[in-house]
Design a binder for this molecule. Structure first.
Ligand code: MG
Length: 400
């Protein structure tokens, strides 16, 4: 869809390299799970509920070479966004994924991780956390930045802002002022059927010229009284997209809705595997896709999803999960891919937390964020910061 590929001979224009980043491969000698809980600066309200803190599991992998890598589990405490939840993800990682990695011995190709995890169905967020940790360690050992290895072409990526539901325009403005939110390239508001079109229109008028999107988190139903009328009333505002208005598995209703709206529909919860994007494109269910490594099962699957979006003419961007710096670094590398042509939902650390566990990510004046340049994901949790939010840890090794 008119996307030109960068010079394949340039280091930043390198396309996906299927070969292993290090010729001798990796041998994993230890996996540590660190459970953290970071208070959010302000509660985050969506159609799924209200989140007051970011609880997650960090996975760190140590190689025989001594290299260490980090991944973050995107699962939420309750199975409302997807079927996964944090306690379940921990169980899957400890009882199934880590033993499978230890049993595999030396791994010579990152693609092997898909085979090693294949016996476990679903559980994409658990798999993605372990996969990022292994890739990070591997790339640190080989001294390659994740963005380069994935084939990224940008050193800075445009960032958009996702705001939880606000009851009034004044409440929203107060939140934006508290962290200088106006610098982002796009404002996205969480909505539910109870949200009035009047509030969205007043936001659009107040912030005229600032690209505006909405995200319903699957809370509407075409056959529910009044829902279609509410969605139709949003169509003349000039929104950049309406994200996931309907149930995740209901592509045909999204197709009906997209045919009725001038505004582009973006799919988030509906996209669980790369092939879902091709299906959505073929049936005309959306024009935009939100790509998240956790929902798709890892960076490799997310990269494949990006490629399918490009080849099917869909716009794409990287969505956020209120991640700590560990998850955010992986998201930034993914967002450096050429086909991520909309503002990515990657906020700076201070938008969410008083203190992040890595060095803080900051938004530049032009609404972009720099992609980490160091080996692997390019950041590492700081010992004191990590200790201050750790609520539990578990160390696993091949000999038990
Ligand atoms: Mg969403």
């Amino acid at each position: 869809m008119g996307i030109e590929h960068a010079d394949p001979t340039s280091p930043r224009g390198r396309r996906w390299q299927p070969e292993a980043p290090g010729g001798e491969g990796v041998e994993i000698t230890r996996v540590t799970l660190t459970e953290v809980d970071l208070p959010l600066r302000t509660p985050f309200r969506t159609a799924h509920g209200v989140q007051h803190s970011k609880g997650t599991i960090l996975v760190s992998v140590t190689l025989a070479s001594g290299a260490c890598g980090w991944g973050e589990c995107a699962a939420l405490p309750e199975p409302r966004y997807t079927a996964e939840w944090l306690d379940g993800a921990r169980d899957v990682i400890v009882r199934f994924l880590v033993p499978a990695i230890f049993a595999a011995g030396r791994i010579n190709d990152p693609e092997r991780l898909n085979e090693i995890f294949a016996a476990v169905r679903g559980n994409h967020m658990a798999k993605a956390a372990v996969e990022q940790a292994v890739l990070d360690a591997w790339l640190r050992q080989a001294n390659i930045a994740l963005s380069d290895w994935l084939g990224g072409v940008r050193s800075e990526v445009p960032c958009g802002l996702s705001m939880g539901m606000a009851a009034t325009l004044e409440e929203l403005e107060g939140q934006l002022d508290s962290f200088s939110g106006h610098r982002y390239r796009q404002l996205k508001l969480k909505i539910a059927p109870s949200t009035t079109a009047g509030l969205i229109k007043s936001v659009a008028t107040t912030f005229s010229g600032w690209p505006l999107a909405v995200d319903a988190n699957a809370s509407f139903g075409l056959d529910e009284p009044g829902h279609m009328a509410t969605l139709a009333s949003l169509d003349d505002i000039g929104l950049t997209m309406i994200e996931q208005p309907l149930a995740p598995g209901d592509l045909m209703s999204h197709r009906r809705l997209q045919a009725m709206l001038a505004t582009s529909i973006c799919l988030d919860e509906s996209i669980e595997r790369p092939g879902d994007i091709e299906l959505a494109a073929v049936v005309g269910a959306a024009r935009v896709v939100n790509i998240k490594p956790g929902r798709l099962g890892g960076l490799l699957a997310a990269r494949a999803a990006h490629d399918i979006a490009v080849s099917n003419g869909l716009s794409a961007w990287v969505g956020g999960m209120l991640s700590t710096g560990v998850g955010r670094a992986g998201d930034l590398a993914l967002a450096s891919l050429e086909g991520m042509n909309r503002p990515n939902e990657i906020g700076e650390s201070k938008r969410y937390f008083h203190s992040d566990i890595t060095e803080p990510f900051e938004l530049q004046a032009d609404g972009t964020m720099a992609v980490p340049r160091g080996p692997g994901i390019g950041v590492t949790p700081e010992v004191d910061s990590l200790a201050s939010v750790t609520v539990g840890s578990l160390r696993l090794s091949p000999d038990g």
